[in-house]
Design a protein around this ligand. Structure first.
Ligand code: DON
Length: 305
């Protein structure tokens, strides 16, 4: 496995020359554009790495899978999906027009920014610190990494410039889609996006999902099988935003991307995969990460279809 991963990273290094770092969050321009790394975690808990797998990056939208799981644990799936839809979108992850024109009268799905902000409003917690601490604690549990924390520079940078997310949140408040203090909800959202990880951390989240909600390294169940099935299905239809269809056709694995350059993937009953490559395509997905997953899927016949 290690040799396969090393070959795939080398074959696809050239792609890091394409695309751009996310710059709408200024601090993300400090990322290493040339980095490309992968970690695979099997359901026996074995781990294989290649390339720049030690590169740290902020989890960004991969965190939307974590908060979706937590919201389902807190409220049950029926309540959660009364507040957000489960439909894919052809608009960008931070689309505003989409929110006003869709007939559901709620965000189309929990993977776009509007949906993820709504999910934060559903989380249990006395106050915003409590909510974020629950997210961090759950993230530490499902990564088996107690030292995870936020990258303060990225958090401050996003908080200072996140006016598009503010627009989405205030618009949703005006429609009674979200309840509570808008700035507090946004603060939790900005913090969850700023959690700093490596591809090993996200590979482990993928392995838990692939293992139907049981942590492979200690056999602890953290969420029901039914919930993981739902989450993986949403990842297939919405996880790569308006590129989810193409990703499903070419790669065929439930996955979630983030503008920090990470992609978390879960191959049901086989493995979790974490890749990092901060150079992004125009949809906000890692260019190198997608190419690496495409070759790995072909090589190991990982498509679920
Ligand atoms: O809210 C934002 O725009 C970012 N914190 C997260 C967006 C993101 O990761 C989209 N993913 N590809």
């Amino acid at each position: 496995m290690k040799r396969i991963l090393e070959n795939i990273i080398e074959n696809n290094r050239k792609w890091t020359k394409e695309g751009e770092l996310a710059s709408y969050i200024p601090e993300l321009t400090r990322a290493d554009k040339d980095a490309l790394g992968i970690c695979v975690t099997t359901l026996d808990g074995d781990e294989f790495y290649a390339g720049d797998y030690k590169t740290k990056f902020t989890i960004q939208s991969v965190s939307k899978v974590i908060t979706l799981m937590l919201a389902i644990l807190d409220n049950g799936k029926d309540y959660v999906f009364s507040k957000v839809g489960m439909e894919p979108t052809e608009s960008a992850f931070n689309s505003i027009i989409n929110l006003e024109t869709n007939t559901l009268r709620k965000p189309l799905n929990p993977m776009i920014n509007a949906g993820a902000i709504t999910i934060v409003s559903l989380l249990s917690g006395e106050n915003s610190d409590d909510k974020f601490n629950r997210i961090l604690k759950f993230t530490r549990k499902i990564t088996g990494n107690d030292s995870l924390n936020i990258n303060e520079q990225v958090y401050s940078s996003e908080k200072a410039t996140g006016n598009r997310n503010r627009a989405l949140a205030h618009f949703m408040k005006s429609l009674d889609i979200i309840e509570g203090d808008v700035e507090e909800i946004l603060d939790v959202y900005f913090k969850q996006c700023s959690i700093e990880v490596t591809c090993t951390d996200i590979a482990r989240i993928g392995a838990m999902l692939a293992n139907d909600g049981v942590l492979p390294w200690n056999n602890e169940r953290v969420i029901s099988r039914e919930a993981t099935r739902l989450v993986k299905t949403i990842m297939v239809t919405c996880g790569m935003y308006d590129a989810s269809g193409k990703f499903a056709v070419h790669i065929g694995i439930p996955a979630k991307s983030g503008v920090g350059g990470g992609i978390m993937a879960a191959v049901p009953r086989r493995m979790g995969i974490g890749v990092v490559g901060p150079a992004l395509d125009e949809k906000g997905n890692s260019i190198g990460g997608i190419k690496v997953l495409e070759e790995l899927s072909r090589e190991l016949d990982l498509s679920i279809f």
